[in-house]
Design a protein around this ligand. Sequence first.
Ligand code: ADP
Ligand code: 5GP
Length: 206
Amino acid sequence: MKRLGTAIILSGPSGVGKSTVCSFLFKKYTDLKFSVSCTTRAPRPGEVDGIAYHFLTVDDFKRRIDAGDFLEWAEVHGNYYGTLKQEVLPRILNGQDIILDIDVQGMRLVRQSAQSDPRLAASFITVFLAPPSLAALEQRLRGRGTETEESIRKRLGNAAKELAAWREYDSIVVNDVAEQAADRLDAILTAAHARTATCLEEPWLA
Ligand code: ADP
Ligand code: 5GP
């Protein structure tokens, strides 16, 4: 059957475990692709250009804004982050599932774009990944050991704003045990596959 891919928008405060939960999900769904965002922040140790992010200079990022290359972009924690149209649109039209790890501002912008693009509207679902407690969030952010004290404070400050938006999402998953949170995300994706909105033809005629 021909169908549109599902685009899962996954948001949640920095350090909640989005990358960790995604990596469990990728083991189960080998067909699921990650939307590689552009960012102007510096790579963390181990982050490979083109896999974690496309790492751009501020000038290059602005050039791509002017060229209309982004589906959405936003300033997050003092850096630019953006989703390229080419990471998402051709894939969903090809029936490919994709996961976007983007912030609340990005989710709102994609939702806005979907108002003028019915295929995008049909394909995306939104999931908020929440911490089991605020203490656990701070512990994880510090425990990751990738941020300076200044960056940790900025990220914890922004966490309150991100958490306040949880009701704007279709679903919420609490990341208590990462593998179990991935199982719940898996169930949400399985249910999304049953939506009639993404069917491009009657399955019994395919
Ligand atoms: P994000 O992508 O949301 O910024 P990460 O996936 O980098 O967060 O996770 C932040 C830190 O928390 C990492 O050190 C990771 O190993 C840890 N972590 C993620 N999920 C859990 C969990 N369920 N329980 C305990 N630690 C976790
Ligand atoms: P990090 O620097 O920890 O990788 O990401 C910081 C924040 O930026 C996270 O909340 C993440 O979801 C968000 N983010 C990553 N890529 C994008 C993007 O393309 N667009 C938007 N709007 N946010 C993004």
